[in-house]
Design a protein around this ligand. Structure first.
Ligand code: UD1
Length: 343
Protein backbone atom coordinates (compact mmCIF):
# COMPACT_ATOMS: atom_id res chain seq x y z
CA UNK A 1 0.00 0.00 0.00
CA UNK A 2 1.50 3.34 -1.00
CA UNK A 3 1.61 6.02 1.65
CA UNK A 4 0.75 9.64 0.94
CA UNK A 5 1.45 12.58 3.24
CA UNK A 6 -1.32 15.17 2.87
CA UNK A 7 -0.52 18.55 4.38
CA UNK A 8 -3.66 20.58 5.02
CA UNK A 9 -5.59 17.31 4.93
CA UNK A 10 -8.38 18.51 7.23
CA UNK A 11 -9.02 21.54 5.01
CA UNK A 12 -11.62 21.87 2.29
CA UNK A 13 -9.86 20.42 -0.76
CA UNK A 14 -7.52 18.37 1.43
CA UNK A 15 -10.29 16.42 3.18
CA UNK A 16 -12.03 15.56 -0.09
CA UNK A 17 -8.71 14.39 -1.51
CA UNK A 18 -8.02 12.23 1.56
CA UNK A 19 -11.37 10.49 0.96
CA UNK A 20 -10.51 9.78 -2.68
CA UNK A 21 -7.03 8.53 -1.75
CA UNK A 22 -8.43 6.14 0.86
CA UNK A 23 -11.08 4.95 -1.62
CA UNK A 24 -8.28 4.15 -4.05
CA UNK A 25 -6.38 2.10 -1.46
CA UNK A 26 -3.76 4.61 -0.33
CA UNK A 27 -2.60 4.92 3.25
CA UNK A 28 -2.86 8.58 4.29
CA UNK A 29 -1.02 10.62 6.89
CA UNK A 30 -2.54 14.06 7.48
CA UNK A 31 -0.50 16.96 8.79
CA UNK A 32 -2.53 20.05 9.65
CA UNK A 33 -2.19 22.77 12.29
CA UNK A 34 -5.98 23.31 12.27
CA UNK A 35 -5.48 27.05 11.63
CA UNK A 36 -8.44 27.05 9.24
CA UNK A 37 -10.04 23.65 9.82
CA UNK A 38 -11.51 21.48 12.51
CA UNK A 39 -10.30 18.14 13.82
CA UNK A 40 -13.88 16.83 13.56
CA UNK A 41 -13.34 16.61 9.81
CA UNK A 42 -11.59 13.32 10.63
CA UNK A 43 -14.96 11.94 11.80
CA UNK A 44 -16.50 12.81 8.45
CA UNK A 45 -13.65 11.13 6.58
CA UNK A 46 -14.03 8.03 8.75
CA UNK A 47 -17.81 7.93 8.23
CA UNK A 48 -17.40 8.02 4.46
CA UNK A 49 -14.45 5.65 4.07
CA UNK A 50 -14.53 3.48 7.19
CA UNK A 51 -10.90 4.46 7.77
CA UNK A 52 -9.57 7.04 10.20
CA UNK A 53 -6.38 8.42 8.68
CA UNK A 54 -3.33 9.13 10.83
CA UNK A 55 -3.37 12.75 11.94
CA UNK A 56 -0.58 15.00 13.27
CA UNK A 57 -1.26 18.51 14.53
CA UNK A 58 1.91 20.08 13.19
CA UNK A 59 2.69 23.38 11.47
CA UNK A 60 4.66 22.70 8.28
CA UNK A 61 6.72 25.79 9.09
CA UNK A 62 8.28 23.75 11.96
CA UNK A 63 11.14 21.92 10.22
CA UNK A 64 12.14 19.80 13.24
CA UNK A 65 8.59 18.66 13.93
CA UNK A 66 8.14 17.75 10.25
CA UNK A 67 11.45 15.86 10.25
CA UNK A 68 10.42 13.89 13.35
CA UNK A 69 7.00 13.16 11.89
CA UNK A 70 8.57 11.73 8.73
CA UNK A 71 10.86 9.55 10.86
CA UNK A 72 7.83 8.29 12.73
CA UNK A 73 5.87 7.24 9.63
CA UNK A 74 8.73 5.66 7.72
CA UNK A 75 8.55 5.36 3.97
CA UNK A 76 6.33 8.01 2.40
CA UNK A 77 5.73 7.59 -1.33
CA UNK A 78 4.33 11.03 -2.18
CA UNK A 79 3.39 14.36 -0.66
CA UNK A 80 0.33 16.41 -1.57
CA UNK A 81 0.92 19.89 -0.22
CA UNK A 82 -2.32 21.79 0.43
CA UNK A 83 -1.41 23.51 3.69
CA UNK A 84 -1.38 27.24 3.04
CA UNK A 85 -3.07 30.47 4.01
CA UNK A 86 -5.48 31.56 1.29
CA UNK A 87 -7.41 34.70 2.23
CA UNK A 88 -6.50 37.28 -0.39
CA UNK A 89 -7.51 40.34 1.69
CA UNK A 90 -5.70 39.14 4.80
CA UNK A 91 -2.56 38.56 2.74
CA UNK A 92 -2.54 42.24 1.77
CA UNK A 93 -2.71 43.23 5.46
CA UNK A 94 -0.25 40.61 6.72
CA UNK A 95 2.14 39.86 3.86
CA UNK A 96 4.90 38.40 6.02
CA UNK A 97 2.49 35.93 7.59
CA UNK A 98 1.63 34.71 4.10
CA UNK A 99 5.21 34.58 2.85
CA UNK A 100 6.25 32.69 5.97
CA UNK A 101 3.33 30.25 6.07
CA UNK A 102 3.21 29.48 2.39
CA UNK A 103 6.87 29.62 1.44
CA UNK A 104 8.72 28.38 4.53
CA UNK A 105 6.46 25.33 4.69
CA UNK A 106 7.13 24.60 1.01
CA UNK A 107 10.89 25.00 1.44
CA UNK A 108 10.83 22.73 4.52
CA UNK A 109 9.05 19.99 2.60
CA UNK A 110 11.36 20.23 -0.40
CA UNK A 111 14.39 20.11 1.90
CA UNK A 112 13.07 17.13 3.81
CA UNK A 113 12.11 15.10 0.75
CA UNK A 114 15.60 13.83 -0.16
CA UNK A 115 16.43 13.32 3.53
CA UNK A 116 13.48 10.91 3.75
CA UNK A 117 13.82 9.58 0.21
CA UNK A 118 10.49 11.01 -0.92
CA UNK A 119 10.49 11.79 -4.60
CA UNK A 120 6.95 12.74 -5.56
CA UNK A 121 5.30 16.09 -4.86
CA UNK A 122 1.91 17.50 -5.80
CA UNK A 123 1.52 21.25 -5.32
CA UNK A 124 -1.71 23.24 -4.91
CA UNK A 125 -1.45 26.21 -7.18
CA UNK A 126 -4.12 28.52 -8.50
CA UNK A 127 -5.42 30.11 -11.67
CA UNK A 128 -4.56 33.33 -9.88
CA UNK A 129 -1.07 32.99 -11.47
CA UNK A 130 -2.61 34.01 -14.83
CA UNK A 131 -4.10 37.26 -13.48
CA UNK A 132 -6.56 38.54 -16.10
CA UNK A 133 -5.59 36.41 -19.13
CA UNK A 134 -5.53 38.08 -22.54
CA UNK A 135 -6.92 34.96 -24.20
CA UNK A 136 -9.78 32.81 -22.90
CA UNK A 137 -10.09 29.98 -22.18
CA UNK A 138 -6.68 30.06 -20.52
CA UNK A 139 -4.10 27.37 -21.26
CA UNK A 140 -1.08 26.39 -19.18
CA UNK A 141 1.12 28.23 -21.67
CA UNK A 142 -0.48 31.61 -20.94
CA UNK A 143 1.88 34.21 -19.49
CA UNK A 144 2.14 34.55 -15.72
CA UNK A 145 0.96 38.06 -14.80
CA UNK A 146 2.27 40.15 -11.88
CA UNK A 147 0.45 38.96 -8.76
CA UNK A 148 -2.28 41.19 -7.37
CA UNK A 149 -1.80 40.08 -3.77
CA UNK A 150 0.86 38.56 -1.51
CA UNK A 151 -1.26 35.38 -1.50
CA UNK A 152 -1.14 35.20 -5.30
CA UNK A 153 2.56 35.94 -5.18
CA UNK A 154 3.16 32.98 -2.84
CA UNK A 155 1.64 30.69 -5.47
CA UNK A 156 3.82 32.15 -8.24
CA UNK A 157 6.98 32.05 -6.12
CA UNK A 158 6.03 28.57 -4.89
CA UNK A 159 5.89 27.32 -8.47
CA UNK A 160 9.29 28.92 -9.15
CA UNK A 161 10.84 27.37 -6.04
CA UNK A 162 9.63 23.93 -7.16
CA UNK A 163 10.90 24.46 -10.69
CA UNK A 164 14.36 25.60 -9.59
CA UNK A 165 14.65 22.78 -7.05
CA UNK A 166 13.77 20.12 -9.60
CA UNK A 167 16.07 21.47 -12.27
CA UNK A 168 18.95 21.53 -9.77
CA UNK A 169 18.22 17.96 -8.61
CA UNK A 170 16.45 16.17 -11.46
CA UNK A 171 16.99 12.69 -10.04
CA UNK A 172 15.70 13.52 -6.54
CA UNK A 173 12.35 15.05 -7.35
CA UNK A 174 9.36 14.94 -9.61
CA UNK A 175 6.36 17.18 -9.22
CA UNK A 176 2.93 17.88 -10.60
CA UNK A 177 1.67 21.43 -10.12
CA UNK A 178 -2.12 21.73 -10.21
CA UNK A 179 -3.63 25.13 -10.95
CA UNK A 180 -7.11 25.14 -9.46
CA UNK A 181 -9.94 27.25 -10.77
CA UNK A 182 -12.81 27.79 -8.29
CA UNK A 183 -13.62 24.69 -6.23
CA UNK A 184 -17.15 24.55 -4.82
CA UNK A 185 -19.61 21.93 -3.56
CA UNK A 186 -19.21 19.10 -1.10
CA UNK A 187 -18.98 15.34 -0.86
CA UNK A 188 -22.21 13.58 -1.92
CA UNK A 189 -22.59 12.17 1.60
CA UNK A 190 -22.71 15.74 3.01
CA UNK A 191 -20.32 14.50 5.73
CA UNK A 192 -17.53 16.86 4.66
CA UNK A 193 -17.58 20.21 2.86
CA UNK A 194 -16.31 23.75 3.03
CA UNK A 195 -16.13 25.05 6.58
CA UNK A 196 -14.56 28.50 6.66
CA UNK A 197 -13.71 30.05 10.02
CA UNK A 198 -15.60 33.32 10.51
CA UNK A 199 -17.09 35.36 7.68
CA UNK A 200 -16.50 33.57 4.36
CA UNK A 201 -14.38 35.29 1.73
CA UNK A 202 -15.41 33.01 -1.10
CA UNK A 203 -18.67 33.12 -2.99
CA UNK A 204 -20.26 29.73 -2.35
CA UNK A 205 -20.01 29.55 1.44
CA UNK A 206 -21.44 33.06 1.52
CA UNK A 207 -24.30 31.95 -0.74
CA UNK A 208 -25.15 28.89 1.39
CA UNK A 209 -24.85 30.80 4.67
CA UNK A 210 -27.13 33.52 3.33
CA UNK A 211 -29.66 30.98 2.06
CA UNK A 212 -29.84 29.36 5.49
CA UNK A 213 -30.14 32.71 7.28
CA UNK A 214 -26.73 32.91 8.95
CA UNK A 215 -26.00 36.02 6.86
CA UNK A 216 -28.58 38.65 6.00
CA UNK A 217 -27.57 39.37 2.47
CA UNK A 218 -24.99 38.39 -0.09
CA UNK A 219 -23.03 41.23 -1.65
CA UNK A 220 -22.40 40.86 -5.35
CA UNK A 221 -19.17 42.65 -6.05
CA UNK A 222 -19.91 44.68 -9.17
CA UNK A 223 -22.32 44.43 -12.12
CA UNK A 224 -20.46 46.78 -14.41
CA UNK A 225 -17.85 44.38 -15.73
CA UNK A 226 -17.48 43.67 -19.44
CA UNK A 227 -19.45 40.40 -19.22
CA UNK A 228 -22.97 39.53 -20.49
CA UNK A 229 -24.70 40.30 -17.16
CA UNK A 230 -22.01 42.60 -15.77
CA UNK A 231 -20.88 40.28 -12.93
CA UNK A 232 -17.53 38.47 -12.85
CA UNK A 233 -17.06 35.10 -14.52
CA UNK A 234 -15.23 32.11 -13.00
CA UNK A 235 -14.77 28.42 -13.74
CA UNK A 236 -16.50 26.67 -10.82
CA UNK A 237 -15.43 23.06 -10.36
CA UNK A 238 -16.84 20.37 -8.05
CA UNK A 239 -14.37 19.78 -5.22
CA UNK A 240 -14.67 16.00 -5.63
CA UNK A 241 -13.67 16.27 -9.29
CA UNK A 242 -10.72 18.35 -8.15
CA UNK A 243 -9.85 15.82 -5.43
CA UNK A 244 -9.81 12.97 -7.95
CA UNK A 245 -7.22 14.79 -10.04
CA UNK A 246 -4.80 14.57 -7.10
CA UNK A 247 -5.12 10.80 -6.93
CA UNK A 248 -4.48 10.57 -10.67
CA UNK A 249 -1.44 12.85 -10.30
CA UNK A 250 0.03 10.72 -7.50
CA UNK A 251 -0.53 7.51 -9.47
CA UNK A 252 1.00 9.07 -12.56
CA UNK A 253 4.23 9.81 -10.70
CA UNK A 254 4.32 6.50 -8.81
CA UNK A 255 3.77 4.58 -12.06
CA UNK A 256 6.58 6.50 -13.77
CA UNK A 257 4.18 7.93 -16.36
CA UNK A 258 5.10 11.61 -16.03
CA UNK A 259 6.26 13.12 -19.30
CA UNK A 260 8.68 15.38 -17.46
CA UNK A 261 9.98 15.78 -13.91
CA UNK A 262 7.78 18.87 -13.63
CA UNK A 263 4.31 19.00 -15.13
CA UNK A 264 1.63 21.68 -14.71
CA UNK A 265 -2.08 21.23 -15.31
CA UNK A 266 -5.15 23.47 -15.23
CA UNK A 267 -7.97 21.96 -13.20
CA UNK A 268 -11.20 23.50 -14.39
CA UNK A 269 -14.33 22.56 -16.29
CA UNK A 270 -13.80 24.82 -19.29
CA UNK A 271 -17.09 26.57 -18.55
CA UNK A 272 -17.35 30.12 -17.27
CA UNK A 273 -20.30 31.18 -15.10
CA UNK A 274 -21.11 34.61 -13.73
CA UNK A 275 -21.82 35.38 -10.09
CA UNK A 276 -25.45 36.12 -10.99
CA UNK A 277 -25.77 32.84 -12.90
CA UNK A 278 -24.44 30.95 -9.88
CA UNK A 279 -26.99 32.64 -7.59
CA UNK A 280 -29.87 31.98 -9.99
CA UNK A 281 -28.94 28.33 -10.54
CA UNK A 282 -28.43 27.79 -6.82
CA UNK A 283 -31.91 29.19 -6.13
CA UNK A 284 -33.51 27.07 -8.84
CA UNK A 285 -31.95 23.70 -8.04
CA UNK A 286 -32.38 24.07 -4.29
CA UNK A 287 -35.70 25.94 -4.26
CA UNK A 288 -34.37 28.49 -1.80
CA UNK A 289 -33.92 32.27 -1.97
CA UNK A 290 -30.55 33.98 -1.74
CA UNK A 291 -31.15 37.65 -0.86
CA UNK A 292 -28.46 39.74 -2.49
CA UNK A 293 -27.56 43.28 -3.43
CA UNK A 294 -25.16 44.66 -5.97
CA UNK A 295 -22.31 46.61 -4.38
CA UNK A 296 -19.13 48.10 -5.79
CA UNK A 297 -16.32 46.00 -7.20
CA UNK A 298 -13.98 44.13 -4.86
CA UNK A 299 -10.41 45.30 -5.15
CA UNK A 300 -8.14 42.83 -6.92
CA UNK A 301 -10.93 40.83 -8.57
CA UNK A 302 -10.32 39.43 -12.03
CA UNK A 303 -13.10 40.22 -14.52
CA UNK A 304 -13.34 36.83 -16.18
CA UNK A 305 -11.33 33.64 -16.21
CA UNK A 306 -12.07 30.08 -17.19
CA UNK A 307 -9.86 27.14 -18.02
CA UNK A 308 -8.89 25.36 -21.14
CA UNK A 309 -8.66 21.91 -19.51
CA UNK A 310 -7.62 20.10 -22.72
CA UNK A 311 -4.09 19.36 -21.50
CA UNK A 312 -5.36 17.86 -18.23
CA UNK A 313 -8.02 15.91 -20.14
CA UNK A 314 -5.63 14.46 -22.69
CA UNK A 315 -2.33 14.12 -20.85
CA UNK A 316 -3.30 13.68 -17.20
CA UNK A 317 -6.35 11.66 -18.24
CA UNK A 318 -8.69 13.60 -15.95
CA UNK A 319 -11.91 15.42 -16.69
CA UNK A 320 -14.39 17.33 -14.52
CA UNK A 321 -17.58 15.26 -14.63
CA UNK A 322 -20.14 16.89 -12.32
CA UNK A 323 -22.75 19.34 -13.57
CA UNK A 324 -22.98 22.73 -11.91
CA UNK A 325 -26.54 21.88 -10.83
CA UNK A 326 -25.37 18.80 -8.93
CA UNK A 327 -22.45 20.74 -7.49
CA UNK A 328 -24.74 23.47 -6.16
CA UNK A 329 -27.10 20.85 -4.72
CA UNK A 330 -24.20 19.27 -2.85
CA UNK A 331 -23.15 22.65 -1.42
CA UNK A 332 -26.67 23.18 -0.05
CA UNK A 333 -26.96 19.63 1.33
CA UNK A 334 -23.74 20.24 3.26
CA UNK A 335 -24.98 23.55 4.71
CA UNK A 336 -28.23 21.84 5.78
CA UNK A 337 -26.28 19.02 7.39
CA UNK A 338 -24.14 21.52 9.29
CA UNK A 339 -27.29 23.26 10.56
CA UNK A 340 -28.75 19.94 11.73
CA UNK A 341 -25.59 19.13 13.63
CA UNK A 342 -25.77 22.41 15.54
CA UNK A 343 -29.44 21.93 16.49
C1 UD1 B 1 -9.91 33.93 -4.89
C2 UD1 B 1 -8.55 34.24 -5.44
C3 UD1 B 1 -7.88 32.95 -5.82
C4 UD1 B 1 -7.80 32.02 -4.66
C5 UD1 B 1 -9.16 31.78 -4.09
C6 UD1 B 1 -8.94 31.00 -2.81
C7 UD1 B 1 -8.37 36.39 -6.57
C8 UD1 B 1 -8.48 37.12 -7.84
N1 UD1 B 1 -8.65 35.09 -6.61
O1 UD1 B 1 -10.66 33.46 -5.98
O2 UD1 B 1 -6.58 33.21 -6.25
O3 UD1 B 1 -7.19 30.81 -5.05
O4 UD1 B 1 -9.82 33.02 -3.82
O5 UD1 B 1 -9.93 31.13 -1.92
O6 UD1 B 1 -8.05 36.93 -5.57
N2 UD1 B 1 -18.07 37.27 -4.88
C9 UD1 B 1 -19.16 38.06 -4.59
N3 UD1 B 1 -19.58 38.14 -3.29
C10 UD1 B 1 -18.94 37.49 -2.27
C11 UD1 B 1 -17.81 36.68 -2.59
C12 UD1 B 1 -17.41 36.61 -3.90
O7 UD1 B 1 -19.76 38.67 -5.47
O8 UD1 B 1 -19.35 37.62 -1.11
C13 UD1 B 1 -17.63 37.14 -6.29
C14 UD1 B 1 -16.23 37.66 -6.53
O9 UD1 B 1 -16.25 39.00 -6.85
C15 UD1 B 1 -15.81 36.77 -7.69
C16 UD1 B 1 -16.56 35.46 -7.48
O10 UD1 B 1 -17.62 35.77 -6.59
O11 UD1 B 1 -16.25 37.34 -8.88
C17 UD1 B 1 -15.70 34.38 -6.87
O12 UD1 B 1 -15.06 34.89 -5.72
P1 UD1 B 1 -14.25 33.96 -4.71
O13 UD1 B 1 -15.05 32.78 -4.34
O14 UD1 B 1 -13.74 34.83 -3.62
O15 UD1 B 1 -13.05 33.41 -5.59
P2 UD1 B 1 -11.97 34.19 -6.46
O16 UD1 B 1 -11.89 35.62 -6.12
O17 UD1 B 1 -12.22 33.83 -7.88
Amino acid sequence: MSKVLVTGGTGYIGSHTVVELINEGFEVVIVDNLSNSNVEVLNGIEKITGVRPAFENIDCVDYVAMDNMMDKYGKIDAIIHFAASKAVGESVEKPLLYYRNNLVSLINLLQLMPVHKIKNFVFSSSCTVYGQPDILPVTEGAPIKPALSPYGNTKQIGEEIIRDTIYANPTSYQSIVLRYFNPIGAHASAEIGELPNGVPNNLLPFVTQTAIGLRKQLQVFGNDYDTPDGSCIRDYIHVVDLAKAHVIAVKRMLDGKSGDSLETFNLGTGRGLSVLEIIKTFEEVNQVKVPYKIVSRREGDIEKVWADPTYANEVLGWKAMETVEETLRSAWAWELNLANRKN
